[in-house]
Design a binder for this molecule. Sequence first.
Ligand code: F6R
Length: 611
Amino acid sequence: MCGIVGYIGSKDCVPLLINSLKRLEYRGYDSAGLGVISNGESQVIKRKGKVSVLEKDLDQITLKQPNLGIAHTRWATHGVPNEVNAHPHFNTDKSLFVIHNGIIENYLTIRKGLQSLGYDFITDTDSEVIPQLIDSFLKKGYALVKAVHLALSKIEGTYGLAIVYANEPDKLIAARKGSPLVIGVGNNENFVASDVSAIIAHTKHVVYLEDGEIAEIYKDKFYTRTLDEEIIDKEVHKITMTLDEIDKGGYDHFMLKEIMEQPLSVCNSMRGRLIADKGTSKLGGLEAVEDKLVQSKRIVLSACGTSWHAALAGEYMLEQHTRIQTEVEYASEFRYRNPIISPDDVMFFISQSGETADTLAALREAKIRGALVLGICNVVGSSIPRETHAGVYTHAGPEIGVASTKAFTSQLVILALITLNLARKRNMSLIDGKNIVKEMDLLPKKIEQILKLNEQIEEIAEEFKDAENFLYLGRGYNFPVALEGALKLKEISYIHAEGYPAAEMKHGPIALIEEKLPSIFIAPQDSTYEKIITNIQEVKARKGRVIAIASESDKNIDSLVDFSIKIPETIRMLMPILSVIPLQLLAYHIAVKKGLNVDQPRNLAKSVTVE
Ligand code: F6R
């Protein structure tokens, strides 16, 4: 949430910062701003709206060749999105610029204290106290680095910060507590950013800042210290992500590109991890904790949003095949009800970004309670994999579209691999294990087949684009898919949609059924098929319109429903990986037909780094 980028070097940093900021726009896009410094002079420009709005007015920057600067794209927490509340925030003479991602919890107290010293505040944000507080220490004669340390010792809350000061134009300061930040190490130039996608066009060498660390960055060196000012040596990591991976690759939207990439992303998630002759899987990241995992009596899966839906499907997989008691927890609720977690428990935290504040907070709570904490994450080097005892990367590749698609199917693949591995070590036969391996191997081809239905799904989207409500219904493994399908539609098309267990429909939602309410049934021919057909008939009897996601061999369903989308079959455990894909495409096409920005839906951000 909120994108931060900063530069120090010899180049004109304005175009560089704007291009980097565009790559961070998925983190927030309600306003954007830029603060630059050249020869001890400073200039700031901010605009409400997307980075492109700011870009149009860059000719208003009169400074020649500024080579130090910071930029920000905002997702508002305190104060409406407008020009004044946009970042950078500054001190009274605009010599000091600060960009902030996070929430300052004690900002009202700090603001009052500063007001009593004569400081004026012009924004409604919590962030504005930071430059003013630093300024109060600068005025006492402290140098910038010391003034930042002193200010941060007074601040409670979370922050990712980038700071520049016209009177000390040789340095850029970055600080982290709860909001991600990386330093990009270049050749006679250095960067700071919320994530590596912003800077990979310039360097592949990065340093991940940890909570409680402050970096003093010059163009040719940098120092990192703790809040107590102790110097710490940091490892420089080489990243493998390429620029192509984070471009649209000819598609109109990242979301469509990412949906279409799923044959490959699912393949990448499995690559080198299936052992065909032994009917099992191998997950290097979990080997060290394998014994504890196999013997565990209870597994808890925790996540938010789409990742929580993957966790729910994971619960079904683990319980069906390993017979280990498994539970699913909303990470956002976990800390607020004194959960029963003991050192015997194993907890998995599932997250695409690896930075979700609620998931991180739950992870820390589980760690305090002594559980073995494991991660299933997509973004390499992000906070969750760094804080867990062990874990698995999904390797879905960068996901830029705000609505999660390929990350979800890859999470399901990893959960299936973990299930297979544990089940084979506990009670699953070689034949059953080999069958799962065979079915997993076939997934990329089957996904390709489903993606060929794109045009048919687009036609269905045309038919239903004006509906105001949708019901998504599924049983067993297809219930999490119903939840995920409804979430996809809600977040990008702003149509109200509810995911429900199909059998629960008759306990309430059936009252909603009428001609104008389409119901989407996820109805493959599995053990719940006969029952779900009964539910479809209940809807039809009440004049409801039905779209069914059905098995390709199902010849009967067409006469019962208004539209059917026929997909290949697989074993129950893997079915969500296939059945969710038509729902991703349906949500996509409905949103596009409504003229909405599918990659940057209103009010949302890709990486939710506030609780
Ligand atoms: C929905 C979506 C969100 C995320 C949720 C958790 O499309 O993207 O619901 O799934 O915010 O994010 P991660 O997986 O990054 O922890």
